[in-house]
Ligand binder design. Structure first.
Ligand code: AVJ
Length: 321
């Protein structure tokens, strides 16, 4: 659709520096072995994630949707009209449509690091929302960004960061990111952000160990990528999925545990794993209201309002700077 304005802010050298091969080589060489959760999301991984969101145990997606739906009148009152809605991680989801329908912003800007995904999802929005000025910004929003000039003049841009995606960053990283976000927004700008709450470990652990085994497949997809894209002679079936709540750190941890002693090559680099050794693949941090608002406050965001589901599983916060 020619109605989309495309802005490429991605520094190609930076993108190349965080390739799967480089990350895997750096992360798998010796314990503690790690692989970044950002590598989950190839085509298959994104599809598996969509299926995770539909599992009965995985409450965050449907809970956040329900919170947003119920809060739409409040949000509309807070945010106002004539705004620019900036979505961090561009939106195939139902959530952004709920907001577009209720807020009727003048402009939408989706920011995503994955170019194809970004263009695809913004094109669909442009088709379905013919009155909307749609911008696609290919960028890594975890680094400092400046909005393209034609977007920067917006009176009250509101950043939307759903899905508790912030939970994938450690509190230190999240603080830095919130800092960058604040710098991106002019005074008066807003941040609408979804956050998964601290809760009973049983509920949390069930959400990351669904009975259908979709999360396990999602986790093993990393090994599949090493095999299919990097030619590593490694079998996803040789790894167990392990997810548990680390109470001290307030985070779910996901690991892939080697079922046997094994050795494979990543390019020129040999990787050796003992049986029972784990690769730490993801952290998903959980917050209390006070904890999250404190962190956002230190990054310069003032709390305006927060919404929860009746059980307090998930939170949606509105801040201004
Ligand atoms: C997309 C990071 C919010 O942590 O719940 C879901 C990713 N991993 N199941 C989360 C995920 C396993 C998800 N986030």
């Amino acid at each position: 659709d020619s109605r989309i304005r495309f802005h490429d802010l991605l520094d190609t050298s930076r993108a190349a520096a965080s390739s799967l091969l480089e990350d895997a080589r750096a992360g798998l060489g010796e314990p503690p072995r790690t692989l970044s959760p950002k590598h989950f999301y190839d085509q298959r991984g994104s599809e598996l994630f969509d299926r995770i969101c539909q599992q009965p145990e995985y409450y965050p997606t449907r809970t956040e949707e329900a919170i947003l739906e119920a809060a739409l009148p409040d949000i509309t009152e807070r945010v106002g009209r004539e705004t620019t809605l900036i979505e961090l991680g561009s939106g195939a989801s139902r959530k952004i449509r709920l907001l577009l329908d209720a807020l009727r912003p003048s402009r939408y800007a989706g920011i995503d690091i994955s170019r194809d995904f970004l263009i695809d999802s913004t094109e669909r929005l442009a088709v379905d929302y013919p009155w909307l000025d749609v911008h696609a910004i290919c960028a890594d929003f975890t680094t400092p960004l400046t909005l393209p000039a034609e977007l920067a003049d917006s009176e009250r841009p509101v950043a939307f960061f759903p899905g508790s995606s912030i939970g994938n960053f450690s509190p230190d990283e999240a603080s830095v990111m919130l800092d960058h976000l604040r710098e991106l927004l002019p005074v008066g700008g807003g941040l609408l952000i979804g956050v998964d709450m601290i809760k009973s470990p049983a509920i949390l652990e069930a959400a990351y160990n669904d009975a259908a085994g979709i999360t396990a497949e999602f986790n093993r997809n990393l090994i599949r990528r090493l095999r299919d894209e990097l030619g590593a002679e490694v079998d996803p079936a040789d790894f167990d999925h392990r997810a548990f709540y680390n109470r001290d750190a307030c985070r779910i941890e996901m690991h892939l545990v080697s079922r046997r002693d094994q050795r494979f090559m990543l390019g020129e680099t040999p990787i050796e794993l003992r049986r029972g050794e784990s690769i730490h693949t993801e952290d998903s941090w959980k917050y209390s209201d006070a904890g999250f608002e404190e962190m956002a406050g230190q990054a310069g965001f003032a709390p305006v309002e927060r919404w929860h589901d009746p059980e307090g599983l998930f939170g949606v916060y509105y801040f201004t700077r």
